[in-house]
Design a protein around this ligand. Structure first.
Ligand SMILES: Cc1cc2nc3c(=O)[nH]c(=O)nc-3n(C[C@H](O)[C@H](O)[C@H](O)COP(=O)(O)O)c2cc1C
Length: 329
């Protein structure tokens, strides 16, 4: 039986356990001296690494500016990112950076605009590797730009970026050989995506194409819209988490499931039954920086209150100090 504490190799990196911190932008954090990232970020991620998290996927980070070292890719931000990486590695965590392409209508992009986006996507991964991240996760989920490319009902392009699934994934797969050439052998390249695009067989097809193209890890959340389908009786997690279990059956690379995973029982259910390889925790990591250690040691976790009932109402979208589950420092 697989245990939560079993390490697992992803592209030669031994991730020490099966608990992942999901990528989450702490919107009300401020950088220092005009930078985007700062002490708050360092403390936040260091605490989650200290709390036993196996894999930290750092917040969605716009690729724009990567090709010319501006925006989030400027020197002062990179200095903070290096500190975060060093601290997380010091506690034995693996740390990746999520890369996002914002939210644009992909059907209106000119070929030159696509090429420019791809230049940033490619350079962002190369820079993340140079900074010291163990890998990157491309954000093909939640209705944002990259998810629109892979979604068959949204993508109306008639050029080589539209139509068949092989074309709808090209925005990334075309870049992989060049990224591999300029990053080290163990650099993890992951994709966060959904199952429904809009039909689950589309999601499965896309997942298989990414696997064949050399993606090392899949993180299954939702594509354009959260799934609402029924789940099998006795399945102890949400329909979105079940999406991850479905994709896991179809591919031979490790899969992360996410969404509303709140208890030791749920983490064990997913890992010990080999439904997926990793359980990612989102809001539960906000309220309990030691979520992983608590689960591993069979101690109660400090639960998220689920403010307002939906993710969008999470206080961390506006002002994290209002989070009722947050431990006052
Ligand atoms: C404040 C906040 C910020 C988030 N930022 C991101 C992000 O940058 N990238 C992303 O893919 N998902 C983001 N998410 C979604 C989470 O990664 C996760 O999928 C979601 O919260 C569901 O997991 P949970 O039920 O464990 O919270 C964010 C969620 C919250 C609450």
């Amino acid at each position: 039986m697989t245990k939560i504490t079993d390490s697992i190799a992803v592209r030669g990196n031994f991730i020490k356990n099966r608990i992942v911190m999901a990528p989450m932008l702490p919107f009300s954090f401020h950088g220092d001296d005009g930078a985007f990232y700062g002490k708050q970020h360092i403390e936040h991620y260091t605490d989650r690494a200290k709390g036993g998290t196996g894999l930290i996927i750092m917040q969605g980070t716009r690729v724009s500016g990567a090709a010319d070292s501006t925006n989030l890719w400027s020197g002062e931000n990179i200095a903070v990112l290096k500190k975060i990486i060093d601290n997380c590695h010091g506690y034995g965590a693996t740390i990746m950076l999520q890369l996002s392409c914002g939210d644009v209508n992909i059907n209106e992009l000119s070929i030159d605009e696509i090429f420019s986006m791809q230049a940033d996507m490619k350079q962002a991964a190369i820079s993340a590797c140079e900074i010291g991240f163990d890998g990157v996760e491309y954000h093909f989920a939640h209705g944002f730009t990259l998810s629109k490319f892979i979604d068959a009902s949204y993508n109306k392009r008639t050029d080589k970026y539209g139509g068949e699934a092989i074309n709808r994934t090209r925005i990334l797969t075309d870049l992989l050989p060049e990224i591999r050439e300029k990053t080290h052998e163990k650099f993890i390249i992951s994709v966060r995506m959904g199952e429904y695009l809009p039909e689950s067989h589309d999601g499965i097809e896309v997942a298989k194409i990414f696997e064949k193209a050399g993606i090392d890890l899949l993180h299954i959340s939702f594509g354009m819209n959260p799934p609402t389908h029924a789940i099998p009786e006795g399945f102890k997690c949400s329909p979105m988490t079940y999406s991850g279990c479905k994709i896991k059956k179809e591919v031979n690379i490790p899969v992360i499931a996410v969404n509303e995973i709140k208890t030791e029982e749920q983490v064990k259910f997913l890992i010990e039954n080999d439904y997926v390889d990793f359980a990612a925790i989102g809001r539960g990591m906000f309220t309990d920086s030691e979520f992983a250690n608590h689960v591993i040691n069979g101690q109660a976790v400090r639960k998220c209150f689920g403010c307002g009932g939906s993710i969008e109402k999470c206080r961390w979208f506006t002002d994290h100090t209002l989070c009722p589950g947050r431990k006052a420092k």
